[in-house]
Design a protein around this ligand. Structure first.
Ligand code: ADP
Length: 328
């Protein structure tokens, strides 16, 4: 059976980008196709300036949203990364296989480190080693498939390199995973700045749709989306990033193809209205289920406890094997 692993980082409230780029497919397809694990990767939330109470709160919220999005604990394993020691244990061993040069080449590191420095802050060492911990998350479970948005593809590529290198040096221990990126909405862009991705860790802004935004807030954000100077509603990611982003979002919500929506709309206003309606509709069941789950914290607690136990059992033999192989 195909082993699937993916996760979300509790660095902020989850966004429409997380949902359309990843979570929706996890619930609709991935959890059913294989033996799947979905993780709130809270250790990764400590790589940038953080508030402990907020991280704890956001971890719980992210776990609740994963369940609200349709992940079924009877079908897949949902858990929190820090509840399973194997991730950190394996990460150290992989640090002894990775090089500092390859870490410094990671685009996300370069971008985030530059942002921290521009703010006058210092860069945590864990921001540099983040992709190694991510490799450990994936490799600990013998993962075959990692369904992620486009922004994570480079990290999964690194994970593959580390697995191959470890296997060559110390004997076959890890499965070499492959990435699966969605065809539509692999990269949802910020509505106010359509050349930047809609990322939850950015400052809260009018260009980010959060999964728990009230419907009228969602509508307002979509209606105020920045479009381009032209008039025609055509799909062109390079020349018309604002309109292309709206077409992608609309297509993703309706299960269509953005190219086919090209030329269908007569005005930006009409496109925005339909997109706003589609987003509100897509998020409705998720928001409702989230509300129900919030009323039953003991249930969520139980799911996460059991999930961690299952995950630990799955990870331990392979991590033990890696320790033996590398000489410990
Ligand atoms: P972020 O902090 O950027 O939201 P996460 O690592 O928590 O990143 O993202 C969880 C999943 O959501 C990943 O698979 C990631 O590729 C996907 N994702 C995040 N933002 C977007 C986006 N704007 N468009 C498409 N997919 C996204």
């Amino acid at each position: 059976m195909t082993r699937v692993f993916s996760g979300v980082k509790p660095t902020g409230h989850l966004t429409l980008g997380n949902y359309l780029g990843a979570m929706r497919r996890w619930a609709a397809v991935d959890q059913h196709e294989g033996d799947a694990l979905f993780c709130v990767v809270d250790l990764h939330a400590l790589t940038v300036d953080h508030d402990p109470a907020r991280v704890r709160r956001l971890s719980r919220q992210a776990a609740t949203l994963l369940l609200a999005s349709g992940l079924d604990p009877e079908v897949c394993t949902v858990f929190v990364q820090s509840h399973v020691d194997e991730h950190a244990r394996l990460s150290y061993v992989l640090e002894c296989v990775a090089t500092d040069g390859e870490m410094r080449r990671m685009i996300q590191y370069k971008e985030k480190a530059a942002r921290e420095r521009a703010r006058g802050g210092s860069v945590r060492l864990s921001l540099l080693t983040y992709p190694v911990l991510m490799a450990a998350d994936i490799l600990a479970y013998g993962t075959d498939e990692v369904p992620v948005g486009e922004d994570q593809a480079q990290h999964v590529e690194l994970t593959r390199d580390l697995a191959v290198r470890f296997n060559q040096r110390y004997g076959h221990t890890f499965v070499v995973p492959r990435t699966t990126v969605p065809k539509v909405a692999a990269r949802v862009m910020n509505l106010q700045e359509p050349t930047a991705k809609m990322g939850k860790s950015d400052d809260a802004g009018p260009g980010i749709v959060y999964l728990l935004d009230e419907p009228d807030v969602v509508r307002k954000k979509v209606m105020r989306a920045v479009t381009d100077s032209g008039r025609e509603v055509v799909y062109d990611r390079e020349e018309r990033p604002g309109v292309a982003n709206l077409l992608e979002i609309l297509a993703a919500c309706e299960g269509g193809d953005p190219e086919r929506l090209s030329g269908v709309y007569e005005s930006y206003g009409a496109l925005k209205k339909d997109t706003a309606d589609a987003v509100v509709e897509v998020l409705r069941p998720l928001r409702e289920r989230h509300k129900e789950l919030c009323a039953d914290p003991a249930y969520v607690e139980g799911v996460l406890r059991e999930g961690a136990e299952r995950a630990r059992e799955m990870a331990r033999p392979r991590v033990d094997a890696a320790y033996r192989a590398i000489g410990l």
